[in-house]
Design a protein around this ligand. Structure first.
Ligand code: ZN
Length: 426
């Protein structure tokens, strides 16, 4: 039993979006067991954290990333997507071994946990090794083997095996991830759908990231990527589409009607010159939108507080009255959980949900002052830099004093650095 005592402000992200004051949270095993005042009088917890000068909020969710790519962070910072992929990323990825996926995800998990992210949605290869790193750090994740069949046949057997291996796991969910309409045949897109339906898994795909992707599909099939997926009966609430930077009104309506979720990745879209999703309109249409960093080679950060500020700013540039700080916080937490179909377990702080939560010290310059309790949320989105105090995932205290306790951080940094010469290009 663990107790978070005298919480100054508890941002619940429950249905009413309540912010509670001077309250306790009791964590029993992996669950939020009780939220109330004066719980100290009734229990004898093994861990007590005094939160009288702290804010507590649900752990943030990174709705789209490729965590192993921390190893390629900074490999190329000045190219368009196609050039970046073909001339830098694909050649480097040929050299990514199992140990690299493991180390890259360890590094990514340290960075995410230490900036308040407790769950990430990942698509890549060597996913067994990614899963090992997820288990070793204690972070929560939705993991999918990226599938393509441009060169070789896709490893659907491996994707199914991954689902079976982690069935019923506490902190790992497995999805199915055909990479995109331009790297997957129609057969593969449909086979992946069948597999996802068989296990009620998430279907995770890149969608309309660039104008070229749209134009190529229109040339080949006479349809936009969204129209194409919809005509194949693939879109529904078990699908999360990453990017959606080039959607027509008809595309947006199809995503809305089918209940498809969207991962919005503003930093990566800006950095690779891919364009800008019309998040104002997509949000008005009621889509479940989560924020994602995309891979650390195109961001290059995994700090979701940075992503949140950027997401607010690029849309406010167009319409400053749109997307309130509360709506951006929703995208970081409960809306992302809904888009990933894990909102029954995480995304808000409520009795019976898994204890994935973050504490932040109010005694730091970027959190002062605040105007009423709601002003805390404004500070979180616009001025806070991600320097959190404690982080819990599934009831386990993973981060203390801002540092991850489950792995030897210095050893991970050294091991990651030792892999760099292999990826260095002329
Ligand atoms: Zn991506």
């Amino acid at each position: 039993v663990k107790l978070l005592k005298n919480i100054r402000y508890l941002i619940t992200q429950n249905e009413e979006r309540e912010v509670l004051e001077n309250i306790d949270i009791l964590i029993h095993e992996d669950e939020i067991y009780e939220i109330n005042g004066g719980l100290m009088d009734y229990v004898n917890p093994e861990t007590v954290i005094d939160c009288s000068e702290k804010v507590v909020l649900p752990g943030l969710i990174n709705a789209h990333t490729h965590s192993s790519m921390t190893l390629l962070r900074g490999i190329s910072d000045n190219s368009l997507l196609q050039d970046w992929l073909e001339n830098y990323i694909f050649p480097a990825e040929d050299d990514i071994e199992e140990i690299d996926a493991y180390l890259g995800t360890l590094l990514a998990s340290i960075e995410m946990l230490e900036s308040g992210t407790t769950c990430f949605n990942d698509m890549y290869f060597h996913m067994e090794n990614v899963a090992d790193a997820v288990e070793d750090t204690g972070i929560r994740a939705v993991l999918s083997k990226g599938l393509t069949d441009i060169e070789d046949k896709a490893d659907l057997y491996g994707a199914e095996n991954l689902i079976r291996t982690y069935a019923g796991h506490d902190t790992i969910d497995i999805g199915v991830a055909p990479h995109s309409v331009y790297t997957c045949s129609e057969d593969l897109l449909l086979d992946a759908k069948e597999l996802a339906e068989k296990y009620d898994s998430l279907y995770h795909i890149h969608l309309s990231e660039t104008e070229k992707e749209n134009q190529d599909l229109i040339d080949d099939h006479g349809m936009t990527p969204t129209e194409y997926l919809d005509e194949l009966d693939i879109l529904d609430e078990n699908v999360i589409a990453a990017h959606g930077t080039h959607l027509t009104d008809d595309d947006m309506e199809r995503l809305q009607i089918t209940g498809t979720g969207l991962a919005h990745n503003p930093a990566a879209n800006m950095k690779l010159g891919s364009g800008r999703a019309d998040v104002i309109q997509l949000h008005e249409r009621g889509l479940n939108i989560g924020l994602g960093t995309d891979g650390p080679a195109s961001n290059n950060s995994l700090n979701m507080f940075d992503e949140a500020k950027l997401a607010a700013l690029i849309h406010k540039e167009k319409d400053p009255e749109s997307l309130t700080e509360q709506e951006i916080l929703d995208m970081l937490t409960i809306n992302a959980a809904e888009a990933l179909n894990i909102d029954g377990r995480v995304g808000s702080i409520e009795k019976g949900k898994k204890a994935d939560l973050v504490t932040i010290d109010l005694n730091q310059a970027s959190m002062r002052p605040f105007y009423r309790a709601r002003g805390i949320i404004s500070n979180l989105i616009y001025s806070f830099d991600g320097d959190v105090s404690e982080v819990f995932v599934n009831g386990d205290l993973l981060v203390e004093d801002g540092k991850l306790q489950t792995v030897d951080r210095e050893e991970v940094f050294k091991a990651v650095q030792s892999r760099v010469p292999k990826f260095e290009q002329e």
